[in-house]
Design a protein around this ligand. Structure first.
Ligand code: PLP
Length: 423
């Protein structure tokens, strides 16, 4: 952990020249006046930095900003990583040893699935995955297994937008004496603060909303338990070496200043777009927690202060129609990643979750036709024109209304509309 992570952001290292912004300390190492100074700094008895894999002033400023966002009322610390996966891996590995058991929801981000399905088992850590949004009982049962050390949750989940009840997950983790780890990338601390609901560690891919401009890859782990964060999590970062560089930390610290504005604006646009898509004759179903009949709506309303800017949907023509739709877009970008100023659209089965087997995708509720939209900051009119126009261009001339696609568990099935179907 940076040397003084529990201080509020603005108390951290005032710049000797009074710089308004934390300068970029582009240095790998720090000079000691005397050998005794080095010993004191290494032992943590005196403030200051020793080496940028362990801590750096620009990175520390970024960490303090994120900690203050996730935990505005209670002191917390944060550790920045070179990527979201660096943060996920270090947080999980910090909490488990050979012979332990992890309970995780599914779906989760594809890289996190890889950690659970392929990496942890090789080191003797068993993982049980439970379908996100399913009855809480499945989570409770899975956590009864001896040596359960971690309950891992992503909500809203990537890419299905399933919602997990965080207060319930915290109770399950407490009963099992396990840690609750929550990936809060989709919601951001503007809309959801898992530490306040009982999470031990909150994880972000700061590549996404926190940075917000699609210029940096980064990750962060936030927690209030100083021993956990500055002990095993910091040790894991040190040995994995998955650190954030000072220049990237500087860019992230700039980007996060507009986090609230960006998230609020994009969420408003997403809500309107999701409602329109849910009514569109070419759309089989939409998942967006802000829709009143979304299966996650009630829980989302309880634990989030807004519903975010991510939408999942499937077209009535399935994967083939989805491909045509993506190719017909002119403003939205066909790209993975999310939480950027630009609207990004992707096809999880062939992109972010392509390395999962068809069975694993099916078990996680990731259908072949699922399309994920990360709504950006374009005007709502421009996005509507692009998305509705692409749907029009991508739909084949129809002789009769197609049979509705079966909805995923809890999705919104769309019957063919006699009003709009062409014969
Ligand atoms: N967590 C979530 C929810 C993600 O969507 C991603 C990436 O898309 C990650 C973690 C991994 O982040 P990164 O790509 O920064 O390693």
């Amino acid at each position: 952990m940076s040397e003084r992570p529990l201080l509020p952001a603005d108390a951290l290292l005032p710049d000797p020249y009074g710089a308004h912004e934390m300068p970029i300390y582009q240095t790998s190492t720090f000079v000691f006046e005397q050998v005794a100074d080095a010993a004191a700094r290494f032992a943590g008895r005196s403030p200051g930095f020793v080496y940028s894999r362990i801590g750096n002033p620009t990175v520390a400023r970024w960490e303090a900003r994120v900690a203050a966002l996730e935990s505005p009322h209670v002191p917390a610390g944060a550790l920045a990583f070179g990527s979201g996966m660096g943060a996920v891996s270090a947080a999980v590995l910090a909490c488990v040893s050979h012979g332990d058991h992890v309970v995780a929801v599914r779906p989760v981000y594809g890289g996190t699935s890889e950690l659970f399905l392929e990496v942890l088992p090789r080191f003797g850590v068993a993982v049980t995955q439970v379908r996100a949004g399913e009855s809480g009982e499945a989570l409770e049962q899975a956590a009864e297994r001896p040596r359960t050390r971690v309950v891992y949750v992503e909500t809203p989940a990537n890419p299905t937008l399933d919602i997990v009840d965080l207060a319930h997950a915290a109770a399950v983790a407490r009963a099992a004496r396990a840690r609750l780890l929550v990936d809060n990338t989709f919601a951001t601390p503007i809309l959801q603060r898992p530490l306040e609901l009982g999470a031990d560690l909150v994880i972000h891919s700061s590549t996404k909303y926190l940075g917000g401009h699609g210029t940096v890859v980064g990750g962060v782990v936030v927690g209030r338990d100083r021993e956990l964060l500055s002990g095993p999590v910091a040790a894991m970062r040190k040995v994995l070496g998955a650190v954030q560089g000072p220049f990237d930390a500087f860019l992230l610290a700039q980007g996060v200043k507009t986090l609230r504005l960006r998230v609020e604006q994009a969420s408003q646009t997403a809500r309107r777009l999701a409602a329109e898509l849910a009514q569109h004759r070419e759309v089989a179903w939409v998942r967006y927690p802000g829709l009143a009949d979304d299966p996650g709506h009630e829980v989302a309303q309880r634990q989030m202060s807004g519903f975010g800017a991510m939408i999942a949907l499937e077209l009535r023509g399935g994967a083939a129609a989805g491909g045509r739709f993506l190719d017909a877009l002119r403003v939205c970008k066909r790209a993975v990643s999310l939480g950027c100023t630009d609207t990004l659209i992707e096809h999880p089965a062939s992109m972010t979750h392509a390395h999962l087997s068809a069975e694993e995708r099916a078990a996680a509720g990731i259908r072949d036709g699922l399309i994920r939209i990360s709504v950006g900051l374009e005007s709502v009119e421009e996005l509507e024109r692009d998305v509705l126009g692409a749907l029009e261009r991508a739909s084949p001339p129809r002789r009769g209304a197609a049979a509705p696609s079966p909805s995923p568990r809890g999705g919104r099935p769309r019957a063919a509309s006699p009003r709009t179907s062409r014969s």
